[in-house]
Design a protein around this ligand. Structure first.
Ligand code: ARG
Length: 401
C-alpha cells in the first residue's frame, strides 16, 4: 500500500505547494488536515476544495473553534497565562488542538507520518512534533520547509508550473498566525526592533489614539470561566468573540515585544489579543477578591511556570497536567461580576461583586462598623520582625568585635 502522510494545511501558498512537493519527494499520498480555531478568513469548504485541487487524496476539515475556546483558551485564562508577562500564548495553545486532529486524521486515514509547514527556527515546529510524539508515538514527523528544502521562491515556481489553484502574486511581508485568542505578526520590517509597527499590520484592533466613546462592560464568571456579558449568557467562544469586537474597537490588547524563543533566538513579535487581554484582566481582578492571599501568591508562580511549559511545547506533559489540577482547584470560588471600561487601548476594572468574595467590608473599613481589633497589630509586628531583628543584632555584635 502507498504510504500516507497527513499534512497540517492552512490553505496558504506554502502548505498548498507542500501537498505536491511532499508527494514528489516521498512518493506518499497526502491527506490535507485543516482545523478551524477561529482564525476567520476562508470557509473550511473553500480550503478543502483547494487542498483537493492541489493534489491531496483526501481532505479532513474540522471546526474546532468551540473545542479550542473551551479546552485551550479557558485553561489559559484560568492560569492568567502570559509568557514573559506579556504574550497570551496565542499560537502556543493552538498547536496542541491541531495536533489532536492531525493524530485523529492519521488514524482515520491510515497515515504513518505527519507533516507541518513550520520552519526550523521557531517554536511551532517543536510544539507540533512534541505533541505528535506524545499523542502518536508511532508516527513520524516531517517538515517540508525545513526538511525538504521548500523555500518561498521554489513554492511560487512550483505552483505556477503545476497550475495550482492558489494565488502566488500576493506578497505578504509578514508571517502571521491567528485564531480567536489573538493574532501574531512577525518578520520583515519588524525585524529592526527600533521600527515601530505600521498601522497596516493590525487587524483585530483599531488605533487606540482615536477611540470611540468609552464602552462599559460587565463580565460574569463562574469558576473562572466567563458565562455572561452584560447579563446575556455566552459560551466561552462567544465571550472571546464579543470581547474581540468590543475591546478591539477600543484598541485594547496590542502587544509589541522581543521574546525568548525556545530555540534560543530573541525575536520581535507584535500581537493583538483584545478579547484575551480584556478577559485576563477581568479574571485577575475577580481572583483578587475571591482567592486567598497565600494561594493567590503561589498561583502567580504556578501561572508563570504553566505559561513557560505551554510556550515550550509541553502542553501534554505530566507537569503541565499537575499544574492544571492546582489551577483548577484555585478556581472554585472565582465566581462573580467584573465591570470594566474599555477605552483608548485600556481595559480598566472599576467594579467587582461576588457572593464568594473574601473582601470583608467590616474588616476593611476606616469608618464606623470597623470590626478589626487594632490592638492585635502590635504583638503581631513584634513577632513578625523577630527573626530579622535577632539576625541584625548578631551582625552588629560581629561587626563590633
Ligand atoms: N512567537 C509566537 C510563538 O512562538 C508566535 C508564532 C507565530 N507564528 C507565526 N508563523 N507567525 O508562540
Amino acid at each position: 500500500m502507498t504510504e500516507r502522510i497527513v499534512l497540517a494545511y492552512s490553505g496558504g501558498l506554502d502548505t498548498s505547494v507542500a501537498i505536491g512537493w511532499i508527494g514528489e519527494a516521498t512518493g506518499a499520498e497526502v491527506i490535507a488536515v485543516a482545523v478551524d480555531v477561529g482564525q476567520g478568513g476562508e470557509s473550511l469548504e473553500t480550503i478543502r476544495q483547494r487542498a483537493l485541487g492541489c493534489g491531496a487524496v483526501e481532505a479532513y476539515v474540522a471546526d474546532a473553534s468551540d473545542e479550542f475556546a473551551n479546552e485551550y483558551c479557558m485553561p489559559t485564562l484560568k492560569a492568567n497565562g502570559l509568557y514573559q508577562g506579556h504574550y497570551p500564548l496565542v499560537s502556543a495553545i493552538s498547536r496542541p488542538v491541531i495536533v489532536k486532529h492531525l493524530v485523529k486524521a492519521a488514524r482515520e486515514f491510515g497515515a504513518t507520518t505527519v507533516a507541518h509547514g513550520c520552519t526550523g527556527k521557531g517554536n511551532d515546529q517543536v510544539r507540533f512534533e512534541v505533541g505528535i510524539q506524545t499523542l502518536g508515538p508511532d508516527l513520524k514527523c516531517i517538515a517540508p520547509v525545513r526538511d525538504l528544502a521548500l523555500t518561498r521562491d521554489k513554492a511560487i515556481a512550483f505552483a505556477e508550473e503545476k497550475g495550482l489553484p492558489i494565488e502566488t502574486t500576493k506578497k505578504n511581508p509578514y508571517s502571521i498566525d491567528q485564531n480567536v485568542w489573538g493574532r501574531a505578526v512577525e518578520t520583515g520590517y519588524l525585524e529592526d526592533i527600533w521600527n515601530a509597527p505600521t498601522k497596516d499590520i493590525y487587524d483585530y484592533t483599531a488605533t487606540p489614539e482615536f477611540p470611540p466613546a468609552p464602552d462599559e462592560v460587565v463580565i460574569s464568571f463562574e469558576a473562572g470561566v466567563p458565562v455572561a456579558i452584560d447579563g446575556v449568557k455566552v459560551t466561552p467562544l462567544q465571550a472571546i468573540k464579543e470581547l474581540n469586537r468590543r475591546a478591539g474597537a477600543q484598541g485594547v490588547g496590542r502587544i509589541d515585544v522581543v521574546e525568548d524563543r525556545l530555540v534560543g533566538i530573541k525575536s520581535r513579535e507584535v500581537y493583538e489579543a483584545p478579547g484575551a487581554m480584556a478577559l485576563i484582566t477581568a479574571h485577575k481582578h475577580l481572583e483578587d477578591i475571591t482567592v486567598e492571599r497565600e494561594q493567590a501568591r503561589f498561583k502567580a508562580t504556578v501561572g508563570q511556570r504553566w505559561s513557560e511549559l505551554v510556550y515550550d511545547g509541553q502542553w501534554f506533559s505530566p507537569l503541565k497536567r499537575s499544574l492544571d489540577a492546582f489551577i483548577e482547584d484555585t478556581q472554585k470560588y472565582v465566581t462573580g461580576d467584573i465591570r470594566m471600561t474599555l477605552h483608548g487601548g485600556q481595559a480598566i476594572v472599576n467594579g467587582r461583586r461576588s457572593d464568594t468574595s473574601l473582601y470583608d467590608f467590616n474588616l476593611a473599613t476606616y469608618d464606623t462598623g470597623d470590626t478589626f481589633d487594632q490592638s492585635m497589630a502590635r504583638g503581631f509586628i513584634e513577632l513578625w520582625g523577630m527573626s530579622a531583628k535577632v539576625a541584625s543584632g548578631r551582625d552588629i555584635r560581629v561587626a563590633g568585635q
